[in-house]
Design a protein around this ligand. Structure first.
Ligand SMILES: Cc1ncc(COP(=O)(O)O)c(C=O)c1O
Length: 388
């Protein structure tokens, strides 16, 4: 009998943390108190005026397809956001509204990647990136990245590993799982290196609003020849609405438009109408308060984990994750995470969800829960470590 399930799915990995989540749910059903620090989404609700704008649209009943690239008004607001926040002018024709950053990645890679072509990315990185590449029968070429380079690709690494098969390089800054930012000058050099090699550069800027030092730099500051992936999910607190955006180089507009028409027809129109309120002054003011709260949480958790003996080479500058080396306590961080859940009801994500490089030693802690809850988690961690 022939293969009924497509071969390409064999190379696509499931999340290891799902097993942990399944067990966490079981324990919760038994009445155990579980502190969730594995979750990669803000605990804050969608800002109220964003919700109101979405609901108002739904109540009209005219919930129809929009143009494939998205509502013109929303694309114009995104262009305004780039002018206002980064001082960068992006023509509306290059902006596509997508079903999340995920939809943006599917369009960007669908429009640019041929079978057998490689995309360079750091290890550790967000696991779906490699899987998107595999979905298009490309090759995800992961390059081990350490704290020295902020766990990010460097121009030198890209030049060293570039081969005939290489099509492009992908970065996420701030990164998931490390929360680190590629320094501005390195970003410029990375983009220049990829452009000089004739490749495509994909910049995942989904965590841009959530930075705790200098503002993050958009790849668009250095070149128009880049794909920028962004989303309303994290900073704007809209994970479940499924809406994001993609900015493409001019030469990819037509291909991207065709793919958007065929794959999605359009992004959900209620999400798009809701997102029209995401750039209102009052929404942005609320998001700024949330950003500050995340910063306080980061400082709390960083100090606490370092105090417990986790090795965190430097304080992450963005997102809501701390990527900690647990080698002082274990050489199997997956087992450590499972045992921690079982013994103390604290859920964290094992490093092996993000790659292979030192993954058996690392854990990702998400500070997507309150300081009070994290304080309890730290006490439990201390007890767990003491008992080992
Ligand atoms: C780095 C990174 N890129 C993309 C995504 C996908 O985001 P979206 O919800 O916008 O599809 C995530 C979600 O966790 C992420 O961490």
């Amino acid at each position: 009998m022939g293969e009924r399930v497509a071969r390409r799915t064999l190379g696509i990995s499931a999340f290891y943390v799902m097993e942990l989540l399944r067990r966490a749910k079981e324990l919760e059903a038994q009445g155990r108190d579980i502190i969730h620090m594995e979750i990669g989404e803000p605990d804050f609700a969608t800002p109220q005026n964003v919700v109101d704008a979405g609901v108002k649209h739904v109540l009209t009943g005219a919930v129809k397809y929009t143009p494939a690239a998205g509502l013109t008004e929303l694309r114009e607001k995104i262009a305004w956001f780039y002018r206002q926040r980064y001082g960068v002018t992006v023509p509306v024709r290059r902006i596509f509204v997508t079903p999340g950053a995920t939809g943006a990645f599917l369009l960007a890679l669908g429009a640019s990647l041929n079978p057998g072509e490689e995309v360079l990315m750091s290890d550790p990185c967000y696991p779906c990136n490699g899987n998107f590449v595999r979905l298009f029968d490309g090759i995800a070429r992961t390059l081990p990245a350490d704290a020295v380079s902020h766990y990010q690709l460097t121009a030198a690494l890209i030049r060293q590993h570039w081969s005939k098969a290489s099509k492009g390089a992908l970065i996420a800054s701030p990164s998931n799982p490390t929360g680190t930012i590629i320094p501005r000058d390195e970003l410029k050099q990375v983009i220049q290196a990829v452009n000089a090699l004739g490749g495509c550069f994909y910049s995942d800027e989904i965590y841009h609003g959530l930075v705790y030092g200098d503002t993050a730099t958009t790849a668009l500051e250095f070149s128009d020849n880049v794909f920028v992936i962004n989303s309303f999910s994290k900073y704007f607190g809209m994970t479940g609405w499924r809406i994001g955006w993609l900015i493409v180089p001019d030469e990819f507009i037509e291909a991207t438009e065709k793919l958007a028409q065929n794959i999605f027809i359009a992004t959900s129109s209620d999400a798009q109408h809701a997102a029209l309120a995401a750039f209102d002054e009052s929404t942005l003011a609320e998001l700024e308060m949330r950003r500050r709260e995340f910063e306080v949480r980061r400082d709390f958790l960083y100090d606490a984990l370092v105090g417990l003996g986790f090795d965190i080479p430097f304080k992450p500058e963005g997102a809501f994750y701390i990527y900690a080396n647990a080698s002082k306590f274990t050489d199997d961080s997956y087992r450590f995470a499972m045992d921690l859940l079982e013994a103390e009801g604290v859920a964290v994500t094992p490093g092996k969800d993000f790659g292979t490089h030192n993954a058996h030693l690392t854990l990702r802690f998400a500070y997507t829960t309150s300081i009070d809850r994290m304080a309890v988690a730290v006490e439990r961690l201390q007890r767990f470590i003491n008992a080992r």
